[in-house]
Write a protein that binds this ligand. Structure first.
Ligand SMILES: [Zn+2]
Length: 129
């Protein structure tokens, strides 16, 4: 059994044990609505919630819902939070060189300024199997 934290649509939080990683989430014991798994405190250790990394943030208009104002505000908040965090913990910032290509074969690992293009292309192609 693995203990997990859950939160329902009504923001009730509770802890429950699941027989496996892939077991279905239990319903909320208070209001019986569907729940989602929260990142467990154990897995997070003492680290603050770093939010999505820059690589995980959308890089295109589609990625931010065709620039829907809500989506833009959502990501702006995330980015600002991330920037504050990176000021405090520079090691989170990772590779800040400009991204030259991030689509197609470079979807998983963007090509950056200064990368050996032939090597990066070879690696990207072999990653695709
Ligand atoms: Zn509930």
């Amino acid at each position: 059994m693995i203990l997990h934290d859950f939160q329902c649509e009504q923001k009730h939080r509770f802890e429950a044990a699941l027989p496996s990683m892939h077991a279905e989430n239990p319903r909320c014991p208070v209001c019986e609505s569907p729940t989602r798994k929260l990142m467990s405190a154990i897995h997070m250790g003492n680290a603050a919630d770093a939010g999505p990394s820059r690589e995980q943030m959308p890089h295109s208009w589609q990625g931010i819902g065709g620039a829907h104002p809500d989506a833009v505000a959502h990501w702006r908040k995330k980015i600002e939070k991330r920037e504050k965090l990176e000021e405090k913990y520079p090691e989170l910032a990772g590779d800040r060189r400009p991204v030259l290509a991030h689509e197609g074969i470079f979807a998983n690992k963007p090509l950056r300024a200064g990368d050996d293009i032939q090597k990066a292309t070879r690696e990207a192609l072999s990653d695709q199997g």
